[in-house]
Design a protein around this ligand. Structure first.
Ligand code: NDP
Ligand code: 2IT
Length: 444
């Protein structure tokens, strides 16, 4: 059995009931086979792949908090510090009832290679909790965030591990967590990114993941002789990534006709009204059922459905495994030319394969959504020099990072004989830098 297959089998055996983690490991290890084959003896001797797939550290803790009725609630908190070969652990905190150790490990594993692809000095980590922020009062959110940070603060720091937002964690939650960290540790430092602008946040971090997704998509289309202008786009999700993906797609001259949340989806044939979307989601924290009040010509449907709308470009921006094989078949039948992942691993393995085999340009999340964490790293730089840069400066750095990132994954795919396969390109390019740093630092 090949070294890659041995390690995949061992991961599955030693980490039962973690299907998302298996899926992420399988995808990465499968695509780095040519590199592993070329270095098999040395990698085996150094147990390189075993070290890569085992987190440096996993922290799991109790998060007790008091709800508005005075009852005590208990959630579970996690932080997986996966790999610090190229920098301090960096990655978001997900607050969603579906969170478990397998999901945090899949996200942390992906983060290693994503962070490497940004070209910036950040290692891979991820955390979160099974806490459900939906329907909670502001005070309940604060109580949870303070309790969560009371424990997490022992393990993080500006030079060791720097968390940020993810599903369910936005500027409000980061603010409460930052306040608690400062109180307990007595340190005003860049321990979290995605902070508010009045206390060390970076301009353009809010927009960065969605904007970066479009900068990369635009570049991928251009390099393949296509133009985003005038294209129809379907987006899933209506959170931080989706909102700014819609905004930048429109600025680049495309028409976005859908968004969704976990209850249903909106079809707006005239193009999504991004101001209305922001008001509903960012200001009022409402459901998408409200969108019709702003745009009477739009349709609201319960359930899943954005991939059934005919479009040139599809941007999944909600959650993992939300674009399945049947959806991929529908997209292809409807003539889709590109799929770029705003979310982490939103496309199932068989759907990805189907899209690629049918000539669809496919940008995997670890490349396409890397603009968020890249801008987090720019926030860290600004915090270190105690300065803040203009929106234009951060945005132009973000754009350069995404264009370079695309060139690097394109080049890696070609070097290993898989031109146009950006999954292989991203995994190999991300892996190369991490492995170089791991080798240089010895067996640690
Ligand atoms: P938000 O919490 O802001 O928004 C999440 C969106 O996805 C909401 O519309 C939510 O609907 C929907 N959603 C979440 N879970 C599910 C589910 N199980 N089924 C259906 N819909 C769901 O999160 P973000 O926009 O920050 O994150 C979206 C994705 O992008 C995630 O995969 C995240 O890991 C990834 N990502 C985020 C980055 C960031 O900077 N924020 C950076 C890189 C990747 P509802 O409101 O109904 O729950
Ligand atoms: O998945 C991700 O890259 C994020 N949620 C952002 C992480 C970060 O540290 O900004």
């Amino acid at each position: 059995m090949s070294y890659v297959d041995e390690v995949i089998e061992r991961v599955e055996r030693e980490n039962p009931n973690e299907p998302e983690f298996h899926q992420a490991v399988r995808e990465v290890l499968d695509s780095i086979r040519p590199v592993v084959d070329a270095n098999e003896a040395a990698y085996r001797r150094d147990a390189l792949l075993e070290r890569l797939v085992n987190p440096e550290r996993q922290i799991k803790f109790r998060v007790p908090w008091i709800d508005d009725k005075g009852d005590v609630q208990v959630n579970t908190g996690y932080r997986v510090q996966f790999n610090s070969a190229i920098g301090p652990y960096k990655g978001g905190l997900r607050l969603h009832p579906s969170v478990n150790i397998g999901i945090i490990k899949f996200l942390g594993f992906e983060q290693i290679f994503k962070n490497s692809l940004t070209g910036l000095p950040i290692g891979g980590g991820k955390g979160g909790s099974d806490f459900n922020p939906k329907g909670k009062s502001d005070r309940e959110i604060m109580a949870f965030c303070q309790s969560f940070m009371s424990e997490l603060c022992k393990y993080i720091g500006a030079d060791t591990d720097v968390p940020a937002g993810d599903i369910g964690t936005g500027a409000r939650e980061i603010g409460y967590m930052f306040g608690q960290y400062k109180k307990l540790r007595g340190l005003f430092e860049g321990v979290l990114t995605g902070k508010g602008l009045s206390y060390g946040g970076s301009l353009a971090r809010t927009e960065a993941t969605g904007y970066g997704l479009l900068y990369l998509t635009d570049e991928m289309l251009k390099k393949n002789g296509k133009d985003i202008k005038g294209k129809t786009v379907v987006v899933s999700g209506s959170g931080n990534v989706a909102i700014y993906a819609v905004e930048k797609a429109q600025q680049l001259g495309a028409k976005v006709v859908t968004v969704s949340d976990s209850n249903g989806w909106v079809y707006d044939p005239d193009g999504i009204d991004v101001a209305a979307l922001k008001e509903i989601k960012e200001v009022k924290r409402q459901r998408l059922t409200e969108y019709k009040n702003y745009r009477p010509n739009s349709e609201y449907h319960e359930g899943k459905g954005v991939w059934s709308i005919k479009a040139d470009i599809a941007l999944p921006c909600a959650t993992q495994n939300e674009l399945e094989l049947d959806d991929a078949k529908t997209l292809v039948k409807n003539g889709v030319i590109a799929v770029a992942e705003g979310a982490n691993m939103p496309t199932t393995a068989d759907a990805t394969k189907y899209l690629q085999e049918n000539g669809v340009l496919f940008a995997p999340g670890k490349a396409a959504n890397a603009g968020g964490v890249a801008t987090s790293a720019l926030e860290m730089s600004q915090n270190s020099e105690r300065l803040s840069w203009s929106f234009e400066k951060v945005d132009s750095k973000l754009k350069d990072i995404m264009v370079n990132l695309f060139d690097n994954i394109d080049d890696a795919a070609k070097r290993y004989g898989f031109p146009g396969n950006y999954v292989v390109g991203a995994n190999i390019a991300g892996f190369e830098k991490v492995v170089d740093a791991m080798n240089a630092q010895g067996i640690v």
